[in-house]
Design a protein around this ligand. Sequence first.
Ligand SMILES: [Zn+2]
Length: 168
Amino acid sequence: LIGIANLPDVDFLAGYLVGDPGVYHWGPTHSIAAALLVGGIVAWRFAQRAGGFTPVFVLVTAAYLSHIVCDLLLGPGAGPAVGLQVFWPFSGERLMAPWALFRMAPPSIETAGPLHALFSREVLPMITREIVILGPVTLALWALRRFRSSTQTRTSFLERSRFDGPVL
Ligand SMILES: [Zn+2]
């Protein structure tokens, strides 16, 4: 799912191949159509092997869409002329949220390469900001999941004891 959530930025690789990393960025790979397509392909392949199309489709599509939502939340700081082609292929319009939650990567990372993007001093504050914003959300979801799974375990234990007789 982490790989799927990063998949929209595969458009950078196409850009590197033609010598301009940003030339295809925020295009069709950052659309709802691409999210549905990837979710459909992965779920279809999964269903062939193990069954259960819908849960995998929802999970994979949501992971892909999370990337698009996060990119949209870079906001107007990314510049008035840029944005994501969210509704491609039905519209080529580029959209961006009216306010910025996250920070745009410095232009130097496009020329310095992807490893520089991960380890440069310019990018560290951006990564820190994203961890500070998304860390509590992740912890809250993790805690909710733990709480729900412990409740379900208790319920199934009680249901089992009802059928099997008293548990000593
Ligand atoms: Zn992106």
